[in-house]
Ligand binder design. Structure first.
Ligand code: PMP
Length: 451
């Protein structure tokens, strides 16, 4: 018999939530959380059976879909065998998870430091880079998100850092490439790439290369707008890092493990970083897990000298068991290939077609199951549907669009003036088409605000 406090009373669940759960990134008195009763595949539902097609993958992490039976079984089996063991021990599931991850990461990123999520991975990658180089500074992009812990939020460019940005010593921000809102006033992709690289090199030179430990970049920036970089950009950044002895950290917490239609987004660009951070898709968030994949050269720094960092739950057996099952299922079931195919055949063409018909759509961009729809008031001026970092009344148009999408049975990931279409990598073509049809209907709400 189950001893879990499973409730079928949605009102009681919500009342207890409102009384006792303190929610992330929220004014506690202004939220009205949706009560979830269950989930499977590409859908989740409430206690009345109202289903939503999950176009958010929760926080862009359930790449393998909800309740994948192989992953659920692996967690159950591991729970029966060994629930917890300190990080200092060697244990089969941890070794196997590390071996499988190292086998998929690009180049010689063959050592895995496990964390419980993305921000901790970023914290540790930065610590490794600083100790490896003996230099203090880290360069990060304005349009970025790297996590909510102390160092990670300071490396973050997006406005969530503003209230916490009191101690950004050692962090210097630069502009990455973004054709639609070019910080370089470029007219072509090639110009954008060239100018973005020149800007980064100028930043390095003026900061003093000998003071810079690392450049950290999301391979394809996610929360900040899914901006696929021009083909030459990341190879150019790699060359700059090599020239100045700077560690290149690629943050693939969101873009990794199939999201872009390849195992890692770096695979699209033929670039091997020195450190790669991952989380989310590694086990689709079934149990908290993240980590840093470490190059042979950086791993060698800590062969004789201890690495001064660790976490009680590093390489947790339940998390590792779910990672092993996830990675094996993704390979066996062609899930990464499915993400690529759905992106190419359905989401890309479908979203571009919506852009032609809806005056509120300024831009669509992405790859795999990683797409952003940027909403504007005026296509010509590209004025965003809501101002940057708008809240409250100023954000009302986006709140209305979001409500319309949800009312049409789809749950999107929305950030600022963008609707992100980020379903599980397992989504079928028919589900993706159904989601686009709902989006089509909901975008008429956005069109009312557009010129
Ligand atoms: N890096 C990136 C690129 C992310 O998208 C996120 C989370 N959205 C993080 C780091 C932080 O991960 P976590 O929330 O697991 O700490």
């Amino acid at each position: 018999m189950s001893t879990q406090p499973v409730s079928t009373d949605a009102a009681a669940v919500k009342a207890a939530d409102r009384a006792h759960v303190f929610h992330s990134w929220s004014a506690q008195g202004l939220i009205d959380p949706f009560v979830v009763a269950g989930a499977e595949g590409s859908y989740f539902w409430d206690h009345d059976g109202n289903r939503h097609l999950d176009f958010s993958s929760q926080l862009v992490n359930t790449n393998i879909g909800h309740q994948h039976p192989k992953v659920v079984a692996a967690i159950q089996e591991q729970a029966a065998r060994l629930c917890t063991i300190a990080p200092g021990f060697a244990v089969d599931v941890r070794s196997e998870a590390a071996r499988l991850i190292a086998g998929r990461t690009p180049g010689d990123l063959d050592r895995i430091f496990f964390t419980n999520g993305g921000a901790e991975a970023v914290e540790n990658a930065v610590r490794m880079a600083r100790l490896h180089t003996g230099r203090p500074k880290v360069l990060s992009a304005y349009r970025s998100y790297h996590g909510a812990t102390a160092a990670a939020i300071n490396l973050t460019g997006d406005p969530r850092r503003w209230p916490s940005d009191t101690a950004s010593a050692g962090v210097v921000r630069f502009w990455g490439p973004f054709r639609y809102r070019s910080p370089f006033h470029a007219e072509t992709e090639e110009q954008e790439c060239e100018r973005a690289l020149r800007h980064l090199e100028d930043t390095i030179v003026f900061e003093g290369p000998g003071t810079i430990a690392a450049v950290i970049l999301e391979t394809v920036p996610g929360t900040a707008g899914i901006m696929v970089p021009p083909p030459g950009y990341l190879p150019g950044v790699r060359a700059l890092c090599d020239r100045y002895g700077i560690v290149l950290i690629l943050d693939e917490v969101m873009a990794g493990f199939g999201r872009t239609g390849r195992w890692f987004a770096a695979d699209h660009f033929g670039v091997v970083p020195d450190l790669l951070t991952f989380a989310k898709g590694v086990n689709s968030g079934y149990v908290p897990l993240g980590g840093v994949a470490i190059s042979a050269e950086i791993a060698a720094t800590f062969e004789e000298r201890p690495y001064p960092g660790g976490l009680t739950y590093s390489g947790h057996p339940l998390a590792c068991a779910s990672a092993v099952a996830t990675i094996n299922a993704m390979a066996e079931e062609g899930i990464v290939e499915n993400a690529a195919r759905v992106g190419e055949d359905v989401l890309g063409p479908g979203l571009r077609e919506l852009a032609e018909r809806h005056p509120s759509v300024g831009d669509v961009r992405g790859l795999g199951v990683f797409w952003a729809v940027e909403l504007v008031r005026d296509r010509r001026t590209r004025e965003p549907l809501v101002p940057y970092a708008a809240t409250g009344e100023a954000n009302a148009p986006m709140a209305a669009v979001t409500a319309a999408i949800k009312a049409a049975g789809v749950w999107p990931f929305v950030n600022m003036n963008r609707v992100h279409v980020v379903p599980p990598c397992t989504i079928t073509e028919a589900e993706a088409k159904a989601g686009l049809a709902a989006l089509d209907e909901a975008l008429t709400v956005a069109d009312r605000y557009a010129a």
